[in-house]
Ligand binder design. Structure first.
Ligand code: IVH
Length: 701
């Protein structure tokens, strides 16, 4: 296994130098588009691939690096421009569907969840999905007091001053609105407005925006509200957050109320009573799409009754009561110049196609994913091919396949590398013990000696849904890693101490300053007491996502307890069974947790980290509810709600719902026909109540 790179031959240097020079220009361009203009033209993943290529070239040719290299400069994160606003009611996103038959499935799922007959009437609205950016407008006593962007759904940016310049948005509501009302909707720019803005930008020698959505976002997120005022922004109201009183009990009623209060609402919303009617409205809106004055990217369906919306609740971050039916992806053809391999956090090697720039649905695409080795072979995609690419919404564009009659005569089949392009370690496809099949993903076996994996793990550790360390973004992590300042998570927390002793201070580096370094150190310190679930997620254990991390955190309560059980969780042990039996955890996660803690290197990393931090028990959900923290089992028939609904409701109130009765069960809710579980509950002396009692109990809380 080769782990070191051999020095480049003379012949290799010249093409590398040309590629390096082109990359420097390309990255500087993307940095400017992202940081200054709010108008990225490539996905984050594609940008990261460019960055990694730059690092590979710099590692091979240190002589290329100058002070102006993109690897030495750090752009100002735009999010630092605005004050943060915590949303009282989360601004969630929508699940997507693409195929026609998924509309009927959406309706059937809702009926099933609510225990309704298959043919029971169900009123659902259909309206265009506006391609802009969502915004929450807070009115108190009818006066606009705050406007915030969605951000990550929980925390957005305060854009009140800028929103006040949007003519569509009243500063004072008409009629008798509730004392507190957060109206949510989409800020957008019309196609004509966008053309005008770009014409003016071009005339002034300024960069143009890629599409109306980027133009709207760039115009709203301006430090100077005079600039926002000069841009033609518009608004459609379609949802709400906090409301001291609800002016209606249906979606359509709420939207009608928004209209009475003086807000613009979309005229294409209709109320339907069946999946067929929804699909007909989808077709009608799709037919008007090109002629509409603004961009839309699909149709949103919402259950009309707010009482039913409340019963349906959310799955993770999307409502069960609404869905976005997206329009088909847009396609284009271009030339695939090169296939490059991107190495992820777990060593996964993802092939990325580097393309001749092409506009797809208003966005310039230069990179697309080729998914994996088998997909390249199946489609027989070769470097030099003209390929068809597809882009849908925000997802990374993908290569659909080659245009065979345009294939150059000398194109050869692509050979997927069996060594890691970053560290030179062997790259293998694991064999699944159960199926005997090779994993679709080839992985670098270099572990932490592979800089790509080490960096990706650090990025994940500091990322928004993990530790969320402001000022420590991907770029800073790459820089700190390459400069030997941070190699493992614990190093993040000793950075300030080491910096104080160092002669080459962070504040003196290019791209930093005393204030930004002070802020960074404060942000790091603020995370020393992170919630346990975030810490578990941040570790990047395979198959342990945000949900799994919460379940583990809730079950174990402390990091020490998790670690002790995980260490003892060899196959077949009691500890393994304990992890496997946590509701919604299961065997794969249990195995990965065990493997993670069995790795000596991880143990060292954790020891170092735990010297620096003090993880806090996870915030319990709804601790005030009478069933919070209780383990509940539902058995027998339920008459007032479906099993699925009962489970979701119990979990919302902070209870754990288990599938079987054990000594740790606190409460059994038994309906008609309950059998062995009820018997066992009685044997163990567990409290057993009826569905009626359960409903009364949770209503009392
Ligand atoms: S309803 C709880 N209605 O789509 C769900 N969203 O993919 C509230 N969007 O973040 C959203 N048009 O920015 C809703 N008519 C519409 C919409 C719409 C556009 C956006 C919104 C949201 C995103 C989710």
């Amino acid at each position: 296994m080769t782990r070191t790179k051999s020095p480049p031959s003379e012949a290799a240097v010249a093409p590398d130098a040309a590629e390096y020079a082109a990359l420097v220009v390309e990255l500087a361009d993307h940095d400017r588009r992202y940081h200054t203009e709010d108008a990225p033209t490539i996905s984050d993943a594609a940008y990261d691939a460019l960055r990694r290529r730059l690092q590979t070239l710099e590692a091979a040719h240190p002589e290329f690096v100058t002070g102006a290299s993109p690897s030495k400069t750090v752009g100002a994160a735009p999010s630092e421009k605005f004050t943060k606003v915590r949303h009282k009611v989360g601004m969630l996103s929508l699940g997507n569907i693409f195929a026609d038959d998924e509309v009927a499935e959406f309706c059937a799922r809702i009926r099933r969840f609510l225990g309704m007959a298959e043919d029971a009437p169900l009123a659902v609205t259909a309206e265009p999905k506006i391609d802009g950016l969502s915004c929450s407008l807070r009115y108190e006593a009818g006066v606009l007091v705050q406007a915030a962007t969605r951000g990550d759904g929980y925390e957005g940016e305060d854009v009140t001053t800028n929103v006040r310049t949007i003519q569509d948005i009243p500063h004072q509501l008409n009629g008798k609105p509730p004392g507190v009302l957060e109206i949510r909707g989409e800020i957008y720019m019309t196609k004509a407005g966008f053309a005008g803005v770009n014409a003016r930008q071009a005339e002034a020698g300024k960069p143009v925006f890629a599409n109306p959505r980027n133009a709207a976002a760039g115009s709203l997120r301006q430090l100077e509200s005079a600039v926002t005022a000069s841009r033609p922004l518009q608004f459609f109201a379609y949802a709400w957050g906090e409301a001291s009183q609800q002016p209606a009990d249906t979606q359509t009623g709420m939207v009608a109320a928004f209209k009475r209060f003086g807000l613009p609402v979309n005229p294409l919303m209709v109320l339907c009573d069946s999946a067929e009617a929804l699909l007909a409205q989808y077709r009608a809106i799709e037919a008007q799409r090109a002629a509409l004055p603004y961009d839309i990217d699909g149709v949103v369906y919402k259950v009309d009754s707010i009482a039913l919306q409340e019963r349906l609740g959310f799955i993770s971050r999307s409502p069960r009561w609404a869905v976005a039916h997206k329009f088909p992806a847009e396609r284009a053809t271009t030339i695939l110049r090169k296939i490059e391999i991107q190495v992820g956090r777990t060593g996964s090697m993802t092939p990325v196609a580097r393309l001749d720039p092409v506009t797809v649905g208003g966005v310039v695409v230069t990179n697309a994913t080729l998914h994996n080795e088998d997909e390249i072979a199946r489609k027989d995609v070769r470097e030099g091919d003209t390929v068809e690419i597809q882009r849908a919404g925000d997802v990374i564009p993908q290569v659909l396949g080659p245009v065979l009659d345009k294939r150059p005569a000398d194109a050869t089949p692509y050979v997927f590398p069996d060594i890691c392009p970053i560290c030179g370690s062997a790259a293998l496809r694991e064999i699944d013990e159960k199926t005997g099949k090779a994993d679709v993903v080839r992985r670098c076996t270099g572990g932490l000696i592979c800089p790509a994996q080490a960096i990706e793990r650090l990025k994940h550790f500091a990322s928004r849904n993990a530790l969320d360390i402001e000022g420590l973004g991907d770029k800073q992590i790459e820089q700190f890693y390459h400069d030997g300042l941070i190699a493992t998570p614990g190093d993040i927390f000793t950075l300030a101490k080491r910096d104080a002793r160092s002669l080459k201070k962070l504040k003196d580096r290019e791209g930093f300053g005393a204030t930004s370094v002070k802020k960074l150190f404060e942000a790091i310190d603020a995370r020393r007491q992170m919630p346990l679930n975030r810490l578990i997620f941040a570790l990047g254990i395979r198959h342990v996502g945000e949900g799994g991390s919460k379940r583990l955190a809730r079950h174990f309560g402390s990091f020490a307890a998790l670690r002790e059980t995980a260490r003892a969780a060899a196959p077949g042990s009691e500890a393994r069974a304990e992890i496997e039996n946590i509701q919604d955890v299961g065997g794969v996660v249990a195995e990965c947790v065990y493997d993670f803690f069995a790795e000596p290197h991880n143990e060292t990393v954790l020891d170092d980290l735990l010297k620096e931090i003090d993880p806090q028990p996870m915030e319990a959900i709804a601790t005030t509810s009478p069933v919070a923290g209780k383990t509940v089992v539902f058995t027998g028939a339920l008459e007032r709600m479906t099993r699925e609904e009962a489970k979701a409701q119990a979990e919302r109130l902070g209870a754990k719902v288990a599938g079987s009765v054990s000594k740790t069960t606190d409460l059994v809710v038994a309906g008609p026909g309950a059998g062995s579980k009820l018997k066992k509950a009685v044997e163990f002396g567990i409290e057993t109540i009826s569905e009626e009692d359960w409903l009364a109990r949770i209503a009392a809380g």
